[in-house]
Ligand binder design. Structure first.
Ligand code: FMN
Length: 205
């Protein structure tokens, strides 16, 4: 099954553990021929290297091709932006972006998103989504969670942000890490309104 979804989606990776979720999400969305705006924090690059042995170029012009090659999709669906690229469409409400996901979302980024700090393009883009009341999905990851973390999550949830913590379930009897990653990516895609037919759904075999 394929859902028609012509709107571009903003995908931001920050420095929490969970780079494989973002890479798989990029792969599945690009395979649905959805245009993706990809933003990557400096800390996310470090995590990417640690978790996926993927040393991403710092040249923003080469980034889309590298990511596309790594996940196995056509680079024409990816546009990468630098952390201070304020000319990017994701930096303004007038560009009318409808959907953004921060995956994984570090507690640092969570705090800056919750307080509207806007110190880089990822935070500016989330700030735009909040002020325009558009669909913002966060995939926070930390354990244990402090009262500060929980307070930020509650504040954002009250603003309509979809909070999808990186907490894969085991009731579908995963056989691999890829199954656990897809469990999370299925849930994220549901909240972006994209169904590629790959989601494992309760009550359906
Ligand atoms: C390998 C690695 C794993 C990390 N895991 C987490 C994590 O799960 N959650 C978190 O909040 N921070 C984690 N951090 C710390 C963040 O990367 C750090 O706070 C960073 O400043 C976040 O910056 P950013 O939000 O701009 O990406 C990790 C760092 C490294 C190097």
């Amino acid at each position: 099954m394929t859902t028609q979804h012509h709107r571009p989606i903003i995908i931001a990776m920050t420095g929490a553990s969970g780079a494989p979720y973002a890479l798989r999400l990029i792969e599945r969305l690009a395979k649905q021929q959805i245009q993706l705006h990809v933003l990557i924090s400096d800390a996310a690059r470090v995590v990417l290297d640690k978790e996926s042995d993927f040393i991403l170029t710092s040249n923003v012009d080469e980034m889309a091709q590298e990511i596309a090659d790594f996940v196995g999709v056509d680079a024409k669906y990816l546009t990468c932006w630098g952390n201070k690229d304020w000319m990017s469409p994701v930096a303004s409400g007038s560009a009318d972006m409808q959907d953004m996901v921060v995956v994984p979302c570090s507690m640092g980024s969570l705090a800056r998103i919750a307080t509207g700090a806007s110190s880089n393009l990822i935070e500016r883009a989330t700030d735009v989504m909040l002020k325009e009341h558009k669909n913002l999905v966060l995939v926070p990851r930390e354990t244990p969670l402090s009262e500060i973390h929980l307070g930020h999550m509650l504040a954002l949830s009250k603003m309509g942000v979809r909070m999808i913590p990186a907490m894969p379930g085991f009731y579908h009897q995963p056989e691999s890490i890829a199954d656990l990653v897809d469990f999370m990516v299925d849930r994220i895609m549901d909240h972006l309104g994209v169904d590629d037919g790959g989601a494992v759904r309760w009550g359906k075999s």
